[in-house]
Design a binder for this molecule. Structure first.
Ligand code: GCU
Length: 728
């Protein structure tokens, strides 16, 4: 049997880019830390884009007991982003990629006294992804480091961090049988492979047939089998696997085990307030509990390989997963090999997980890179690698909203998904519907999904007139109400993933009243608060736990004569009480809206059968300024009411397309757009040369475009005065 020792205690941490010999010499002066660890747990989450990025060292002595065994290997499960392992003064390995496991043999280098020193670097570079993205590139040994002692005859441990065993189930849904091919890698003469109590002694590979197969059936019944392989030396490995059939139809979307199974879920980054990405199993399990409460049946594990423990949790909970590498935002000429290395390790290490349905090649890679032959070739190479290593899964990629739907890059992966933020970063909510309808009409034979969509919300901000860019909980809820309906009307979307289930760290951000956080989460970064939008999806997706949720609990002080009381529930009838008096009942689905007069302080109660929710709100005479984030933007919107406008003339309420139909008005806005574009450089080219984007912008109002472009209030007023001088 192999002996596995997790090296949690006894490490010394040095925040210093020094030679290995000095790291060992000065180790005693280092900070005593336990693993998992990141040095950016705090500065990576507080804004300023100034978190420490450099080389740091982790040094630890290995005891005689820990190094006992015939062959000794070190396993590092997560060193971000580039690591070097030095052992007794000698560099044994360098690993480039912050999200996959790697191993190295120590046996031949063992001495009387054994000192392990691991350097980790998270600096900018041009050869290791990710380099440009909207999340903190935490540095550290942020997952477990282990010693593995095995007999002389053992399973392969070195190649790409392999588990040593690969299980490929092929299900025949007609016969309800599964043919299981088990491959092993080792240096012995034979291996005993066991599944379901049946053992076969073979050289390396064996095939089993399971009759009356118990399917891995998503969240309803995620049944797992176990395959075990044992060598005569006693070394043994095992892996769980699931028997299921995934399929995608361009018109009907995703199928699981032959039945329609629309993948409706969220994305997750692997970090937590105050801990960075150095998460414990309990942290992972707590996230999974929230995902199950939401009722999601799919997860996009963005933008990199996640911890094995988390894929295990997805296997156990029946969550269908989109796994991907961090080939993101900007293509780098000298990092082609790194994309292939990271993809090869992802597939080698995660192949056996039944939860994984697709391999993601890249994310928004054309956001800052042209679609040229080099980019296309890198994607073709990745796509071919995936298909060579895994005959059972599809490839996909997440495309940025500006990517022309006619782009050749979309023809490389088996299926596609788009990241669209209409109604948040730009444009109007309805442009999402139009985008997919246009794409699906033009390419009815293609499978398309919705890989990212979201709106930031700070639970401190509220409004009875929510609008794009105000960071209120109310706007985020409205945004998602629209998207939920859009999705329900388009069953051809193979998968949809809210961006994001949790607020997460992006140290370069400073918006929405928070420093260093992306607040598109349905749940706050510390997991302490579920925003209203969380309950919208719970009402739509959770079929097991009846609940009713009053929106606006944090919107207590309301400066209005009457107010909307919105309720989310997965029950079909909701009754509302104000100060103990029934004010109404509504039958419906998911969203229930009431309007009540505000006379003073009120106790509001919503009931749906045996479940209920309560809150207190009050009438105030002046707006509560603490609910306002973007006061400047709010003032722009407020001064601008329809009765200020002469509808017989053009105004900034007209769309760019409408205005451009008038030569004089069109010339004015084009001159202004050209001036704005020249200030933006290459992104402007991406816009100018992108008919799809031009079409989208044509449908946007000038006010929307101007606010999107960050125009100040005076410029907006100035342009409006000019346009109001031009008769339609
Ligand atoms: C992009 C990107 C995400 C990012 C998101 C956002 O689509 O893929 O990584 O966090 O937009 O801007 O919130």
């Amino acid at each position: 049997m192999r002996k596995i020792t997790t090296l949690t205690e006894g490490w010394r941490f040095l925040k210093a880019a020094i030679p290995a010999a000095q790291a060992v010499e000065f180790a005693a002066r280092g900070e005593a830390v336990t693993l998992p660890h990141t040095w950016n747990a705090i500065d990576g989450q507080d804004g300023g884009n100034d978190y420490h990025r450099g080389t740091c060292w982790y040094v630890r002595e290995l005891s005689a007991e820990e190094t006992a065994g015939e062959r000794l290997f070190l396993e590092v499960n997560g060193a971000a982003m580039t690591a070097e392992v030095w052992f007794n003064g000698e560099k044994l390995i360098r690993h480039e990629g912050g999200y996959s496991a790697f191993r190295v043999e120590l046996t031949e280098k063992l001495q009387e006294k054994n000192i392990l020193a691991i350097s980790v670097n998270n600096e900018d570079n041009t050869t290791v992804y990710p380099q440009k993205a909207d999340f903190t590139f935490y540095g550290g040994l942020y997952r477990d480091v282990k010693l593995i002692a095995v007999p002389a005859e053992h399973f392969e441990l070195l190649k790409d961090g392999t588990p040593g065993i690969k299980v490929t189930p092929v299900v025949d849904l007609e016969k309800m049988t599964a043919t299981i091919t088990v491959e092993t890698w080792h240096n012995a003469q034979s291996v005993d492979i066991t599944i379901n109590g049946e053992t076969k002694t073979v050289e390396r590979c064996a095939e089993f047939v399971i009759e009356n197969v118990h399917l891995w059936d998503g969240v309803d019944d995620p049944y797992l089998y176990t395959a075990t392989a044992k060598l005569p030396s006693g070394d043994e490995v095992s892996t769980r696997f699931g028997c299921r059939v995934f399929a995608c139809d361009p018109e009907k979307g995703f199928f699981l085990n032959g039945r329609s199974y629309p993948l409706r879920g969220v994305s997750r980054h692997q970090d937590l307030k105050g801990k960075g990405n150095a998460l414990s199993y309990e942290d992972h399990a707590a996230d999974m509990a929230i995902i199950r409460e939401l009722g999601a049946n799919t997860l996009r594990l963005a933008h990199y390989q996640h911890a094995q423990e988390f894929y295990d949790l997805c296997d156990e909970n029946g969550i269908v997963v989109w796994a991907e590498i961090p080939y993101i935002t900007m293509h780098m000429q000298n990092a082609r090999q790194n994309t292939l290395d990271q993809m090869r390790e992802l597939i080698t290490q995660c192949y056996n997980h039944p939860c994984i349905a697709v391999w993601g090649l890249s994310n928004e890679i054309t956001a800052a890179s042209a679609v040229n032959e080099e980019l296309l070739e890198n994607h073709r190479a990745l796509n071919e690698l995936c298909h060579r290593m895994d005959k059972t899964r599809l490839t996909t990629m997440a495309d940025v909203f500006m990517l022309e739907i006619e782009s050749p890059i979309l023809e490389i992966p088996d299926i596609n998904s788009y990241n669209l933020y209409f109604g948040w970063y730009l444009g109007e909510l309805e442009q999402t519907d139009e985008f997919f309808d246009e794409y699906h009409a033009k390419y009815p034979e293609r499978v398309i999904g919705f890989s990212e969509y979201g709106a930031d919300a700070n639970p401190a901000f509220h409004s009875s007139h929510p609008e794009k860019g105000d960071y209120t909980e109310e706007y985020q809820a409205l945004y998602h109400e629209h998207m939920l309906k859009m999705i329900e009307q388009r069953p051809y979307l193979w998968a949809t993933h809210v961006w994001n289930l949790f607020d997460f760290a992006a140290d370069g951000r400073d918006e929405g009243g928070k420093h260093g956080e992306n607040q598109k989460g349905l749940v706050t970064f510390d997991r302490s608060l579920r925003k209203d939008a969380f309950y919208l999806y719970k009402a739509a997706w959770n079929k097991t736990e009846a609940f009713v949720h009053l929106c606006g609990k944090r919107y207590v002080n309301r400066c209005e004569e009457e107010t909307e009381i919105k309720v989310y529930s997965n029950r079909e009838e909701v009754t509302l009480y104000v100060d103990g008096t029934k004010v109404g009942s509504q039958s419906g689905k998911t969203v229930f809206r009431f309007r009540i007069p505000l006379l003073g302080e009120h106790l509001i109660r919503a009931e749906a059968g045996d479940v209920s929710d309560t809150m207190c709100i009050r009438r105030v005479s002046e707006p509560d300024e603490s609910y306002l984030f973007n006061k400047a933007a709010a003032s722009v919107t407020n001064w601008f009411d329809a009765d200020d406008i002469d509808p017989s003339c053009f105004s900034i309420n007209d769309t760019l397309g409408e205005i451009r139909q008038h030569p004089q008005a069109g010339a004015i806005v084009d001159a202004m757009m050209a001036k704005g574009a020249s200030e933006r450089g290459d992104v402007a080219d991406a816009v100018k040369d992108n008919p799809a984007l031009q079409r989208m912008m044509g449908r946007m109002t000038m006010l929307s475009l101007l606010k999107q472009g960050g125009a100040d209030e005076e410029s907006i007023k100035q342009l409006n005065r000019i346009l109001q001088g031009i008769k339609k």
